[in-house]
Ligand binder design. Sequence first.
Ligand code: SAH
Length: 252
Amino acid sequence: MLNFDQVTVVLVNTSHPGNIGACARAMKNMGVSRLTLVQPADFPSGVAVGRAVSALDILENATVVESLEAAITDCGLVIGASARSRKIPWPMLSPAQLGVKVVRESEINKVALVFGREDSGLNNDELQLCHFHVQIPTDENYPSLNLAAAVMVICYELRKAGLERKGVKETAEDEFWDQEKATVQQVEHFYEHLERVMIAINFHDPDNPRQLMQRMRRLFSRIRIDVMEMNILRGILSNIEFNLRDATDQKK
Ligand code: SAH
């Protein structure tokens, strides 16, 4: 049996409880069981239960949280599903590539698959919390799928890749990487630290930020930094701060 215990489907601000139930059903059909709801409009709900049919256990075990950050804080890989491409291009996966990647990575990292609101999808801040975006290649005349249909397509790709796993050739990185990937929480702390230092050395003006932090986020999302590398960077930033303080003290 396939085991997707490290994979969580995250639904952000879902308005219709029926969609939550239909997502739970799609997930259970595909063997995915962990569901996190970020501020759902109406949950728990009898309508959700009705649409979940035999996937009631997924609703009962669902975690409800206040923010997307809270939902993904311990994850090493976050993928956001979006029907549209955004202003700054972001690393993209096809649904099939997502399947292969998530099956491999979920052996060592916690993975979140994030889905947006029925009316407006995921906003830019939310999309920037993701390492990759996935777009289901729908018809240009009507690209936006129903939420549960999108969850079904993605979970199906995951299952398909899981079933084919034995035939998948490992890449060098997957075979013998020595460190876990940094979690979202660790990387968020790093961004705060980096921003502080960039301000202190007058590289970054928070009153005129341009897109500096977005671009830094995209850079480190692309790299998928590991825990050891993250510690080295944090150490460098701390030493910069220490030396700045030292230099200021000497001037006094
Ligand atoms: N009108 C919204 C779409 C919302 S559909 C928009 O333009 O963004 C609800 C959610 O289903 C989306 O946030 C996304 O997570 C998922 N979804 C719908 N269609 C998709 C597609 N073609 N590719 C990837 N995800 C899709």
